[in-house]
Design a protein around this ligand. Sequence first.
Ligand SMILES: *[C@@H]1O[C@H](CO)[C@@H](O)[C@H](O)[C@H]1NC(C)=O
Ligand SMILES: *[C@@H]1O[C@H](CO)[C@@H](O)[C@H](O)[C@H]1NC(C)=O
Ligand SMILES: *[C@@H]1O[C@H](CO)[C@@H](O)[C@H](O)[C@H]1NC(C)=O
Ligand SMILES: *[C@@H]1O[C@H](CO)[C@@H](O)[C@H](O)[C@H]1NC(C)=O
Ligand SMILES: *[C@@H]1O[C@H](CO)[C@@H](O)[C@H](O)[C@H]1NC(C)=O
Ligand SMILES: *[C@@H]1O[C@H](CO)[C@@H](O)[C@H](O)[C@H]1NC(C)=O
Ligand SMILES: *[C@@H]1O[C@H](CO)[C@@H](O)[C@H](O)[C@H]1NC(C)=O
Ligand SMILES: *[C@@H]1O[C@H](CO)[C@@H](O)[C@H](O)[C@H]1NC(C)=O
Ligand SMILES: *[C@@H]1O[C@H](CO)[C@@H](O)[C@H](O)[C@H]1NC(C)=O
Ligand SMILES: *[C@@H]1O[C@H](CO)[C@@H](O)[C@H](O)[C@H]1NC(C)=O
Ligand SMILES: *[C@@H]1O[C@H](CO)[C@@H](O)[C@H](O)[C@H]1NC(C)=O
Ligand SMILES: *[C@@H]1O[C@H](CO)[C@@H](O)[C@H](O)[C@H]1NC(C)=O
Ligand SMILES: [Cu+2]
Length: 621
Amino acid sequence: MDLEVTAVLFINLVSATTHTWYYETSWVDANPDGCQERKVIGFNGTWPLPNLRVKKGDRVQVYLTNGFDDRNTSLHFHGLFQNGTNQMDGPEMVTQCPIPPGETMLYNFTVPDQAGTYWYHSHTSGQYGDGMRGAFIIEEKNQDDFPYEYDEEVVLTVSEWYHDLTDVLNPKFLSLYNPTGAEPIPQNLLFNETRNATWKVEPNKTYFLRIINVGRFVSQYLYMEDHEFEIIEVDGVMVEKNTTDLLYLTVAQRVGCLVKTKNNTDKNYAFMTKMDDGMLDVIPKDLQLNSTNYIMYDEDKDKPEQYYIDDVEDFFDDFYLKPLSKEELFDEPDNVIEVSVQMDNLGNGINYAFFNNLTYTKPKVPTLVTAMSSGDDANDASVYGSNVNSFVLQKDDIVEIRLNNQDTGRHPFHLHGHVFQLIDRGEGIPEGEGDPVAFDPKNHTDFPSHPLIRDTVYVNAQSYIVMRFKADNPGVWFFHCHIEWHLDQGLAIVLVEAPLEMQKTESQHFTDDFIRSCKKNGMNVTGNAAGNSKDYLDLTGENVQHAPLPAGFTARGIVALVFSCIAAILGLVAITIYGLQDIKDVEKRVARDLDVDITDDNDVEEIHESSSSDAIESNRK
Ligand SMILES: *[C@@H]1O[C@H](CO)[C@@H](O)[C@H](O)[C@H]1NC(C)=O
Ligand SMILES: *[C@@H]1O[C@H](CO)[C@@H](O)[C@H](O)[C@H]1NC(C)=O
Ligand SMILES: *[C@@H]1O[C@H](CO)[C@@H](O)[C@H](O)[C@H]1NC(C)=O
Ligand SMILES: *[C@@H]1O[C@H](CO)[C@@H](O)[C@H](O)[C@H]1NC(C)=O
Ligand SMILES: *[C@@H]1O[C@H](CO)[C@@H](O)[C@H](O)[C@H]1NC(C)=O
Ligand SMILES: *[C@@H]1O[C@H](CO)[C@@H](O)[C@H](O)[C@H]1NC(C)=O
Ligand SMILES: *[C@@H]1O[C@H](CO)[C@@H](O)[C@H](O)[C@H]1NC(C)=O
Ligand SMILES: *[C@@H]1O[C@H](CO)[C@@H](O)[C@H](O)[C@H]1NC(C)=O
Ligand SMILES: *[C@@H]1O[C@H](CO)[C@@H](O)[C@H](O)[C@H]1NC(C)=O
Ligand SMILES: *[C@@H]1O[C@H](CO)[C@@H](O)[C@H](O)[C@H]1NC(C)=O
Ligand SMILES: *[C@@H]1O[C@H](CO)[C@@H](O)[C@H](O)[C@H]1NC(C)=O
Ligand SMILES: *[C@@H]1O[C@H](CO)[C@@H](O)[C@H](O)[C@H]1NC(C)=O
Ligand SMILES: [Cu+2]
């Protein structure tokens, strides 16, 4: 299926391959869970997308053509450093303008110092949840450099799956009628983009299993009947072997494990995946949380039944993994970024996610454009806008991020362009069992001398994580919750690292493709967050978040109000996002009753905040 154009270059006896791939996005019909056919995003009319494979040091050239006629796209290579090629990182409005319909963008970069299990996905709202995702594997240049022995390598992606498209789910989710921010409930779990899957194995072998959670929401537990996982890699970082029978993988995390097969083919075994149902706001009766797949030794023998374990809460805690690099704990930080996470409603009634009271709001030009064009002002965080939540870092600073989670859910955070040391992680405090606990720099357990290193970590409910990294990769790097719903709610900050270094570096200057995408979007390739390139300190006209709720008005108040309105109209007693099938119509009718100005195309973003909050106020009187 891959038409790969390969050129081998010999430079001073060092060989590096250039891989060139051409892909065009399009809608494809698929039925991955065997329960419902739907549209998914394919490349060149095919889905699932290919697993891409390169070697350390190789050059990658992916020509991505936007084959849609009504929407933008983008492509992110998750976990890659993009050292010197920040514009190839992918997130739209952070490091590039979105690729408009009909346009092509060349993603052109090398992978000089990374090897391991990575993946690629669209960084345009919701698209990867609609299937635009695949594995990206970087092998060692010489197999001898790989620190463990194995017989065969196997890639395995897991994810949760929805029968509805993002186009249907997102407007319901980010809606005045979903004031608690309940995330859509998935219908199934996928295993290698299908269900009831078979992994054919041979006896007496050691497999290197590269597992990637390519989902958009739920973490998964993985466990096998009578087989163990020997963890050797997390997120591209090799670690000392540690054995477990129960893995926990948040979305975007990867784990590389050795799995030793039995010495006979007497029977087949179950390979289970289970949703972290603690993340679901409601659990529909017919939702299967456990999913059975098959480790197949002999196809003539019976398929295994579901395999049960006592307790999933006792999963392997990655905090204790020891990187083989033996990298020591970084010194005391030069720069401490302290952020707290909350979810709350703004004046339009919609539930947003906040870092330090700011919900990420896209600037008018990509933040990288501002960093490259603002000269010395690039060191002044204000040019990136008051609602982008940017932090400027200086070259080679040791940076510490202290993240205090005031929300009652667990969240997986990802930093682009780096791996980081996870130096502390507090225990979770379940909802109703106490107040959130923040990291206390004056009173904490000793940091590990050789901490865990990876690119995606979870923070527990109402608790904290502390991370350190060295700012040795000039660029604009997104730091965000990898739950796509939460990113759409604005759970992101932007780190602007050594912008003056970037301005001086030839390879960071924009390619023709980059400039063309911006022009086609009507965006300049200079300017501050407001698009102003005359006075970078003048942010007049920048995008900002909606006004706060009127004083004294709470989410609970909105729930009561909205539910009673809906109940009044439809005669329903209770309603959850799951089952809100006819929201489009309901919305219009409720809006009319509330006297909310809702546009005909039903775009909730276009509700005028003044009129909607006025409407709420007047209804309360
Ligand atoms: C994808 O389609 C384009 C034309 O749209 C073609 O040039 C390219 O070779 C195809 N790529 C693959 C991998 O088949
Ligand atoms: C998996 O098994 C379930 C239950 O038997 C069935 O409904 C579904 O269609 C199967 N899916 C696939 C992809 O085989
Ligand atoms: C990719 O980037 C390299 C390094 O800048 C450059 O030499 C090469 O020409 C680029 N590839 C294409 C197809 O433009
Ligand atoms: C998953 O799919 C990939 C690509 O089709 C395949 O190479 C791999 O063997 C599959 N993994 C398992 C565990 O079956
Ligand atoms: C096969 O494995 C079992 C369990 O590990 C062991 O007890 C047995 O001795 C092994 N048999 C052979 C022939 O190696
Ligand atoms: C597995 O290896 C053991 C020990 O080498 C051998 O006795 C046994 O026959 C092998 N099993 C199979 C199914 O090949
Ligand atoms: C799902 O798996 C867990 C752990 O094995 C088990 O306790 C539970 O009963 C299973 N649920 C169903 C519906 O099979
Ligand atoms: C393995 O993990 C356990 C905790 O799960 C930890 O106590 C131990 O130090 C780890 N050992 C290695 C070598 O990673
Ligand atoms: C966020 O807002 C609350 C309430 O207005 C205030 O107490 C807190 O200091 C603010 N936090 C930050 C980091 O600005
Ligand atoms: C330090 O933290 C521990 C455990 O979190 C707590 O029990 C103790 O009261 C704290 N001590 C001070 C002085 O805050
Ligand atoms: C980026 O490259 C520079 C040198 O070219 C190196 O010092 C630095 O460690 C690299 N950063 C990362 C994150 O790989
Ligand atoms: C682009 O820049 C020009 C000149 O600074 C300005 O007149 C124009 O309004 C800008 N366009 C946008 C879309 O910001
Ligand atoms: Cu989250």
